[in-house]
Design a protein around this ligand. Structure first.
Ligand code: DQA
Length: 147
């Protein structure tokens, strides 16, 4: 099975961006962690990052025929994008939502997620380990479902 890991806006800056909030690991570190975790579970990871809402939506649409499940950290679009939510609902793949920081301990505008209502699982506040947990969970679901 194959898992698409989608990172949204500003996550390309991981490692240097607000390290007190997001830590010092880079996006490459995140992708390596996700890939290693998937491989241990007999799955493959493809990773995309986009700073553009439409780019994320296009990646979700493409996943419909190329991917078995999606891990997504939509960054700030989490709190604004009905379009990304609709794209996830539209392709109907299993979805795990990840946030590096505990959004519920932060500003009120981060407490609402348009993604959570279409996600099968949500992992927040575990740092980049959240990606490992998300991939591990999704891989477990996908390999259990395989014939
Ligand atoms: C984030 C939380 C969002 O509120 C923020 O806009 C991000 C990163 C996280 O991973 O903690 O860009 O999704």
């Amino acid at each position: 099975p194959s898992i698409l890991v989608i990172n949204g806006p500003n996550l390309n800056l991981l490692g240097t961006r607000e390290p007190d909030v997001y830590g010092t690991a880079t996006l490459d570190d995140v992708v390596r962690l996700a890939s290693d975790t998937a491989r241990e579970r007999g799955c493959a990871v493809r990773a995309v990052q986009s700073n553009h809402e439409g780019g994320i939506i296009d990646a979700i649409h493409a996943a419909r025929t190329t991917t078995d499940g999606i891990v997504i950290n939509a960054g700030a679009y989490t709190h604004t994008s009905i379009a990304i939510r609709d794209a996830l609902a539209g392709v109907g793949l299993p979805v795990v939502e990840v946030h590096i920081s505990n959004v519920h301990r932060r500003e009120p505008f981060r407490h609402t997620s348009y993604i959570s209502g279409v996600a099968d699982a949500v992992i927040v506040g575990a740092g980049i380990d959240g990606y490992r947990l998300a991939v591990d969970h999704l891989a477990g679901r996908l390999t259990a479902a395989a014939p």
